[in-house]
Structures are given as structure tokens and as C-alpha cells.
Design a protein around this ligand. Structure first.
Ligand code: NDP
Ligand code: 8X3
Length: 249
């Protein structure tokens, strides 16, 4: 039986790579994002019977509802929700960070994620489906400038574990993937469009790729129904941990 996945943030990075991987593996995919011109090529590549583009801002609940109501019949029964849409904005210390940036991250990474999850839970329970939430190592290990972004991702990881508890006995699987550094548009967005900063971060660092993460998402989704990966933390070999810092008088 063909399964259907709804993948948010499919216009770029992990989400776009995941659409390719799932469509190639025979899934039906609902690909979402704001940039319609990035979604149409996915439909063109695999056909409208394999990929459906749903254009909406995840923070706009009415638009989200309208997109779900407009799903073609073949895409209406969702087996897997991949909550991937998200962003970091800013790297400044908390005391000089932009409150607008913080609110954008919370609205996108937290509020929109729980809204879509809440909306789809009844059918995921009915279908014994699965949820894969994209968190980050930034939600596990603090680093300077990670402040609100790390906070949103800590929420995603803990919310996922809470879902596991509440969904006990339903057969619904919930996984958090917590990636470290991967080269996507992530840093371009985080720096409000500074391509040079993005290039500097990734050059020579052998970061993970979007395909690396897409492969893990597909692996998790294809595991036997009696197995649940609770959390999967993954980094490039080139990235590890720094120590505690001490401020002296
Ligand atoms: P990209 O910037 O390449 O992709 C982000 C995606 O999220 C885009 O498709 C974008 O679509 C979508 N998105 C952002 N805001 C909204 C919105 N308001 N409404 C709808 N869609 C939105 O980054 P990544 O692929 O790297 O990021 C994907 C996820 O992975 C994020 O949650 C990120 O926090 C997480 N992550 C990334 C890591 C990395 O190093 N790259 C590491 C760990 C986690 P559009 O702008 O078209 O709407
Ligand atoms: C982003 C991962 O390592 O850039 O979620 O903080 S990292």
C-alpha cells in the first residue's frame, strides 16, 4: 500500500532532499513551504500523482487549514508527518538579540509545529502513523548565540518525548532527529542573507548534507512498526564540543 508523508519546509535543504528521497522510494508526498516556485519542480519531477505542493506559511493557521482541506483525495490520508520547517535568526548574545527574531523562531519552530501536529494527530492515531520532528544539537548543547533558537529546539525534543508518552498504546511512532551542522540555506537565513558568512562557516568544514539527513528520515520511517527511535543525534565528524567558560574578575 502506498503511504503518504507530509513534509514541511520542502522548498530547501533537508525538506527538499527528503521529498526527493521519499518520492523515489515510492511514497506519496505532500511538500509544503512558502516559495511555490521551489515546490513546482518537485511536482514536475515526480508527477502530480506522487507529489502534491501545498503552499502556505506554517504560522498562518487559516492557510494551513485551507491547504489541508484542499488536498486531493489520494493525499488526504496522511501516514507520516515530518515537522521540518524551521529557522534560526541571529547569532547575537541574548542581551543584544532582536526580540523580533526570537518571536519569529518561536512562532515557526514551536507554535506552528504544535499546531500542525495537533491538527493531524487524530488521523495519525487512526492510521497508526508516525511523526518525525527535526530538532537540533542546539537544543541539547548550549552555545553562545544559541539562546532562543536552542530553546525552541529543546522544546521540540521534549515535546516529542511527551507525545511518545501520550500516544502510548496507539501504535503511533514519534522520533526526534537532532542534527548538527549541515550545509543548507540555514546560515543564509540565520544571518539575514549573508552569503559570505554562510560560505565561511561551511568552507573546509565537511558539514553534513541535506541528503545525509533525508537518508536518516527515510531510514526511521521505514523501520519495522514495532521499533521506535526516540531521538537520533548526528553530527559531522568535524564538529564536536567546546568546554565550559569561566569569567574572572
Ligand atoms: P533551510 O533554510 O534550507 O530550509 C528551511 C525550510 O523551512 C525552507 O523550506 C523554508 O521554506 C521552511 N520555512 C521556514 N519558515 C517557514 C514558514 N514560516 N512557513 C513555511 N515554511 C517555512 O534550512 P534546513 O533545511 O537546514 O532546516 C530545516 C530544519 O532543520 C529546520 O527546522 C532547522 O532548524 C533544522 N536544523 C538545521 C540544521 C543545519 O545545520 N542546517 C541543523 C539542525 C537542525 P520557505 O522559506 O520557502 O517557506
Ligand atoms: C543548527 C545546528 O550546529 O548550527 O541547528 O547549531 S548548529
Amino acid at each position: 500500500m502506498t503511504r503518504t508523508a507530509l513534509i514541511t519546509g520542502a522548498t530547501s535543504g533537508f525538506g527538499a532532499a527528503t521529498v526527493h528521497r521519499f518520492a523515489q522510494a515510492g511514497w506519496r508526498v505532500i511538500a509544503t513551504g512558502r516559495r511555490a516556485e521551489r515546490l513546482q519542480p518537485l511536482v514536475d519531477a515526480y508527477g502530480a500523482e506522487r507529489v502534491h505542493a501545498a503552499v502556505f506559511d506554517v504560522r498562518d493557521t487559516a492557510a494551513m487549514e485551507a491547504a489541508l482541506a484542499a488536498l486531493p483525495a489520494d493525499f488526504a490520508a496522511i501516514d507520516l508527518l515530518v515537522n521540518n520547517a524551521g529557522l534560526a535568526q541571529g547569532t547575537a548574545p541574548a542581551q543584544s538579540a532582536s526580540l523580533d527574531d526570537w518571536r519569529t523562531m518561536i512562532d515557526t519552530n514551536v507554535t506552528a509545529l504544535v499546531t500542525l501536529t495537533h491538527r493531524l494527530l487524530p488521523q495519525l492515531v487512526a492510521r497508526k502513523g508516525a511523526i518525525i520532528n527535526i530538532s537540533s544539537v542546539a537544543g541539547v548543547y548550549p552555545y553562545p548565540g544559541g539562546n532562543a533558537y536552542g530553546g525552541t529546539k529543546a522544546f521540540v525534543s521534549q515535546f516529542s518525548l511527551g507525545l511518545r508518552s501520550d500516544l502510548h498504546g496507539t501504535g503511533v511512532r514519534v522520533t526526534t532527529i537532532e542534527p548538527g551542522m549541515a550545509e543548507t540555506e540555514f546560515t543564509l537565513v540565520r544571518t539575514h542573507g549573508n552569503q559570505a558568512a554562510s560560505d565561511t562557516l561551511y568552507t573546509g568544514a565537511n558539514p553534513m548534507t541535506a541528503d545525509d539527513i533525508a537518508e536518516q528520515i527515510l531510514w526511521v520511517a521505514n523501520l519495522p512498526a514495532h521499533l521506535n527511535i526516540n531521538r537520533l543525534e548526528v553530527m559531522p565528524v568535524s564538529q564536536s564540543f567546546a568546554g565550559f567558560q569561566v569569567a574572572r574578575d
